[in-house]
Design a protein around this ligand. Structure first.
Ligand code: NDP
Length: 494
């Protein structure tokens, strides 16, 4: 692949990790070369042989030591996550470290059952039996983004290990130190060192990883890069899960509890400075409650304390995109009700509420990935639903209503991988629920029993429960058998 040339040893570049709040350099490291990445995959494969042969229960008890190391060194992790991403320590703990401690514990307890052979009852061939058994895929390549550099990547690493795989992780160039810290904790917990490797690098390093003989790929990132990754995996017939961009709509019905809704939307739009793939990115508010809702949302935003509640954005380029989206919305007639600009000279951005938005504005159609909540007044719930589904993206959607049944009905109509009623964001932290999008938000799921099984090859065994001397459909064919089969078919499908 052409991309590999850019990570040749003599040309490789230095990656500098900076604190986005202060600009201070946190560390410098060299980009991995294509040769190093291939070597990492081959070493992970070497270690996977023995690891994959352990019982699932044994793997669980060993991965538990890694989980224990994460829990024991949680403050150190939170400090680094906060320094490298700019998020508050509270968010580093609740949205990343705690999520991983819980996900690990959940799957450590349940993986033996989820990955146990599953029998299939055959509806016709009663003399035979079938079952599925779940075998490790080999080496899983994980390519991850910078917004939850610990919470996303480490969950995938843990699940892949429990499924019996080796893992090679290519973290985002924006947040490489967290991945290296994860590896440090992993090594310190006594897990087989070679089994899990980290290969820091930029985009071409991700491309090189796909070209290094991996057996499965989990990619989390933008839809644009996801398409390239999907194509590269398709060319090599590598199965892939693509967790891509979002443009989560929130429908606020006329009967919604506006105090709760305002608080939920403010958290849903501004947590992690809006750099969440399922952030509330557009609100459709029923005309009967629109004005009061806007008032309550702005009052909630006023209460947010810079640095305690809201941290900093992580990446200069993303901050510029946010500025572009706001400027184009304002030029098209949107009103800034609060925020609209950076706080100070760094990347911290004021939580921004826009009203008088229209569906044709970029701010309502393209991913923002920053702390901006565009609000549009709608005639009724039907119009809200039509507009909510008028999107290429379908990761997450929200409905706010006092009527639970109506909430579920509307949630089912949302064309999104997950729809929540009366809350936001939360289900990433519920490891038993599937995480994945529809439309251009992705392919496949991570988390949940399905996500764990996807990290295995599902293989089918069919065997004879009762051995007959001869089957009806074997040679020699004859008129007699033809007639018997016809009669039998007519009787079965009568
Ligand atoms: P990118 O798509 O820019 O990058 C994602 C990862 O892919 C990074 O590690 C990146 O490396 C790497 N990469 C870049 N080019 C290639 C390539 N050609 N081949 C292989 N890998 C490559 O996304 P961001 O990091 O900017 O993340 C933000 C996006 O991620 C948003 O769209 C957001 O919605 C989405 N996202 C989706 C989630 C989900 O679960 N659905 C969760 C979180 C985020 P590098 O950074 O070094 O360039």
């Amino acid at each position: 692949m052409g991309a590999l040339a850019t990570v040749d040893a003599d040309k490789r570049d230095v990656i500098v990790s900076r604190n986005p709040l202060t600009g201070a350099v946190l560390g410098e490291l060299r980009e991995s070369t294509a040769v190093e990445i291939r070597d990492a995959v081959s070493r992970a494969r070497g270690a996977q042989g023995a690891w994959g042969k352990l019982s699932v229960k044994e793997r669980c008890s060993r991965v538990a030591r890694f989980r224990d190391a994460v829990v024991a060194r949680a403050e150190e992790l939170c400090d680094l996550i906060s320094a490298e991403t700019g998020k508050t320590p509270a968010e580093a703990l609740s949205m990343e470290v705690m999520v991983i401690a819980d996900l690990a514990t959940y799957f450590i307890k349940r993986a033996p059952k989820i990955l146990a052979p599953e029998s299939i009852s055959l509806h016709l061939l009663k003399n035979r039996g079938s079952y599925l058994h779940f075998q490790p895929r080999g080496v899983v390549g994980i390519i991850s983004p910078w917004n939850f550099p610990f919470g996303i990547a480490t969950g995938e690493v843990i699940m892949a290990l429990l499924a019996g795989n080796g893992v090679v992780l290519k973290p985002s160039e924006v947040t490489p130190l967290i991945a290296l810290k994860t590896k440090e904790l992993y090594d310190a917990s006594g897990m087989p060192t070679e089994l899990f490797q980290v290969v820091p690098g930029r985009g071409p390093a991700g491309a090189a990883l796909i070209d290094s003989g991996i057996d499965y790929c989990i990619f989390t990132g933008s839809t644009a890069t996801g398409k390239k990754v999907g194509a590269a995996c398709g060319e090599r017939l590598i199965p892939v899960a693509l967790e891509l961009g979002g443009k989560a709509p929130a429908i606020v019905c006329a009967d919604a509890d506006l105090d709760r809704t305002a608080k939920a939307l403010v958290w849903g739009a501004f947590a992690n400075q809006g750099q969440v793939c399922v952030s509330v990115e557009r609100v459709y508010a029923h005309q009967a409650v629109h004005d009061e809702l806007v008032q309550k949302i702005c009052a909630e935003v006023d209460k947010l304390r810079p640095n305690d509640d809201t941290g900093s954005m992580t990446w200069e380029r993303q901050t510029e995109i946010v500025e572009e989206r706001i400027a184009s919305a304002v030029a098209a007639g949107a009103k800034v009700r609060t925020g609209g600009k950076r706080r100070g000279t760094g990347l911290a951005f004021a939580p921004t509420v826009l009203t008088e938005c229209r569906q044709d504005m970029d701010v309502m159609r393209k991913e923002i990935f920053g702390p901006v909540m565009p609000i549009m007044k709608v005639r009724d719930e039907e119009e809200a639903m039509t507009l909510a589904n008028d999107s290429q993206l379908g990761l997450m959607g929200y409905v706010f209503t006092a009527d639970r049944q109506k909430g579920k009905r509307l949630a089912e109509k949302l064309e999104t991988g997950t729809a929540m009623v009366n809350d936001c964001l939360l289900t990433f932290g519920a490891p038993e629920t599937p995480w994945g999008g529809v439309k251009q938000s992705g392919v496949g799921v991570t988390h949940s029993a399905h996500g764990l099984r996807d990290l295995c090859q599902s293989r089918h065994v069919n065997y004879d429960r009762i051995a007959l001397k001869k089957e009806l459909w074997w040679y020699p064919y004859s008129d007699k058998v033809y007639k018997q089969t016809l009669k039998m078919m007519r009787w079965i499908f009568r």
